[in-house]
Design a protein around this ligand. Structure first.
Ligand code: DX5
Ligand code: ZN
Length: 214
């Protein structure tokens, strides 16, 4: 079954705890936390203290998506804040392999992400260090954008690589513009986890939104 990771970027920040609980009760497997630094992406969201606060009220699996330059500097802090999985961008790391190893050394799951313009071939040499590969289906930085179909080809490519190589065991996650329609395209391509912001938090009936995606 496909897992759903609702992105709190689309929630009401005055009710962050309640909103997180609402998707947990509606059956979401993970909570997607988008951290932006205003440098790697042209937007600033939230960071370590917000995740640490949320950790006190939620037992969900925290899927932390770092859209920050040189994330290796902050892996320890996100670990202490309560991350379960940390995904970094290959485009933001001087040394992606060391960054992924650092994440794993703390006992966390490691994720590597590619922007729409980055081909799968750019991360091929790091795939054995990945517990997850995040395919961006929009330019990172903002919620509510339109899904870019190039993502489905990359999902398929990543699935084929995993099928072909015994040393690879990552899950494939897609992020950006996911709704009932685009979820189906990604499922057909072989995705394991769907990230969804607006389509989940924009619907007051969270269970209906999540069931529809699944
Ligand atoms: C974009 C973020 C996404 C975003 C998805 O940079 O990584 O997680 O919140 O939002 P929707 O589902 O609205 O496209
Ligand atoms: Zn994200």
């Amino acid at each position: 079954m496909i897992k759903i990771s609702p992105s709190v970027l689309a929630c009401d920040f005055t009710k962050l705890g309640e909103d997180a609980l609402s998707v947990e009760n509606a059956g979401a497997e993970m909570l997607h936390l988008d951290v932006m630094d205003g440098m790697f992406v042209p937007n600033i969201s939230f960071g370590i203290p917000v995740i640490a606060s949320l950790r006190k009220v939620s037992t969900m699996f925290f899927d932390v998506h770092l859209m920050i330059n040189e994330p290796i500097r902050y892996i320890d802090d996100f670990y202490k804040a309560g991350a379960d999985l940390i995904t970094v961008h290959v485009e933001a790391c001087e040394d992606p392999a060391s960054t992924l190893r650092k994440i794993r050394s703390l006992g966390l799951k490691s994720g590597l992400s590619i922007k729409p313009g980055t081909p799968v071939s750019d991360i091929e040499k790091y795939l054995d260090l990945c517990d997850l590969v995040l395919v961006m289906s929009v330019e990172p930085g903002f919620g509510g954008q339109k899904f870019m179909p190039i993502a489905t080809q990359k999902i398929k490519e990543l699935k084929d690589l995993r099928d072909a190589r015994k040393d690879l065991s990552y899950e494939i996650e897609v992020d950006g513009g996911i709704n009932g329609e685009t979820a189906l395209l990604c499922k057909d391509a072989g995705v394991d986890i769907l990230v969804a912001g607006s389509s989940v938090f924009g619907n007051p009936d969270r269970r209906a939104a999540i069931d529809q995606l699944r």
